[in-house]
Structure formats: C-alpha cells, structure tokens
Design a protein around this ligand. Structure first.
Ligand code: IPE
Ligand code: IPE
Ligand code: MG
Length: 237
C-alpha cells in the first residue's frame, strides 16, 4: 500500500499548450483544466488525502493577454457557482487563497458564497490559490505582524500566512513539464517532495496521480536528519 500524503499541492500547468495542440483558443484549455481538477479532487478524496491545494491564477498571470485574463475570471466564477453544491454534498471545504484586493466584486461574491456554503465540511480541505503569489503571502504576513507590533518569528509568520489553516504540503506536483516553482508556496514547500509530470494539466488523470503518490511513497523524508536516525539504527558514535 502506498503512503498517502496528507497534503498534496499542485501547479496545474499546460492548459494553453493543450489547447494549442488542438488549434483551440487558450481558454478552451482552461475549461478542460477545470474538468481535470474536478476529477483530481474526487480522486484525492477517495484516496484519503486531507488537503488539496492548487495554483489556479498567479500574481503574475495578470500579465497575460486581457482576453485570457477575463476568460479565466469568468471561468473561475462559473466553476464556483456550478461546483459549490457538489462540494457541499461531498463534504469538501473550499478555501480561496490569495490577494482579494485585486479581484472584481463578481469574483469576490462567488468565492465568498462558495466558502460560506462549505465552511463546515471536514472531509477534504480544498484550497484554490487565486491571485496568489508566495512572495505576496510572506509580505502580507510580515506586514500584519508589523501592524500588530508583534516580533517576526518563524512561528508567528507561519500563523499569519494564508495557509495557516492546514499543515505544510507533503507532495508538490507540477504538470506541463516545467521544473520550476513559479512563486507558489515559497514558504510552505520547504520540505515538500517534488514531482514533475510531463502530462499537460487537462490530461492529468487518476493513473498519473497514483504514479505521483507511488513515487512519493519511495522517498525518504529526512528533514535534516540521517537515514540511521530515522531508522533508529546505531550511528557508530
Ligand atoms: C496553467 O496553464 C493555468 C494558468 C496559468 C492559469 P497555462 O495557461 O500556463 O498553460 P501553458 O503553460 O501555456 O501550456
Ligand atoms: C504557474 O503557471 C501558475 C499557475 C499554474 C496558475 P505559469 O504558466 O503561469 O508559470 P510560468 O510563467 O511558466 O513560470
Ligand atoms: Mg504555463
């Protein structure tokens, strides 16, 4: 039996290339991406994962062509409205994580409603990072502490970050073949196991999720210690 990570984080990348391969507009790839995400959340829940955190729109994605940005905003709103009732029925708690200051009233209303509807669920915490950046998160946490006159310690920062309601990710998956973090979970991924998949996000399926979990199961998480310490073997000293 594989070890199931408690918390899986995913950079869902490759929607644009998926669409381009099919001579479709990029937004068509993002639409397929929403379907892949629904399947992935269901599969995570079925496997006993407790927290799923996905990167849906980065602080830097505002720099994309305006029709793509507005398409992503519309897709986010429609997905929130459509999916909220089934999330509620399935026991999933939805949390939208990121800078809300830059979001339109329509987007804000949809996310606040979906969060409120599912707030009491406990089976799976589903964090959707939207207008999120790891640097923004660290800066906003530090600013909040400074405003309260609190010393900036690791623990205090940890508690002021936008993912303070969940443990750090155990497994961080990035699809689409790029091997970079792109400003995702800079603080929280300090000890995450990384898994890079060449599959484009719309093609990410249960088999690829299981491959990532199987790979994770083989890793030895040492957190700075030695193998001998982990296995409680004599170290020879
Ligand atoms: C990821 O897919 C989704 C978002 C960034 C919103 P991309 O749109 O980055 O897809 P590629 O990398 O261009 O294929
Ligand atoms: C990261 O993907 C952001 C999301 C998946 C939302 P990008 O496609 O924006 O990342 P870069 O630009 O290739 O680093
Ligand atoms: Mg990309």
């Amino acid at each position: 039996m594989p070890t199931i990570p408690q918390h899986i984080a995913i950079v869902m990348d490759g929607n644009g290339r998926w669409a381009k391969q099919r001579f479709l507009p990029r937004v068509a790839g993002h639409k397929q991406g929403v379907d892949a995400l629904r399947r992935c959340a269901n599969a995570c829940q079925a496997r006993g994962v407790r927290v799923l955190t996905v990167f849906a729109f980065s602080s830097e994605n505002w720099n994309r062509p305006s029709e793509e940005v507005s398409g992503l905003m519309e897709l986010f709103v429609s997905a929130l409205l459509r999916e909220a009732p089934s999330l509620l029925a399935q026991g999933v708690r939805l949390c939208v994580v990121g800078d809300r200051a830059g979001l339109s009233p329509k987007v804000l209303a949809a996310l606040v409603n979906a969060e409120a509807l599912t707030a009491h669920n406990t089976s799976l915490v589903f964090n959707v990072c939207f207008n999120y950046g790891g640097r923004w998160d660290i800066a906003q946490a530090a600013a909040r502490l400074a405003a309260r006159g609190e010393p900036i310690t690791e623990l205090a920062l940890d508690r002021a970050l936008s993912l303070a309601h969940v443990p750090d990710p155990d497994l961080l998956i990035r699809t689409g073949g790029e091997m970079r973090i792109s400003n995702f979970l800079l603080w929280q991924a300090a000890y995450a196991e990384l898994y890079f998949s060449s599959k484009l996000w719309p093609d990410f399926d249960e088999a690829e999720l299981d491959a990532a979990i199987a790979d994770y199961s083989q890793r030895e998480r040492r957190f700075g210690k030695t193998t001998e310490q982990l296995r409680m073997l004599p170290t020879g000293t």
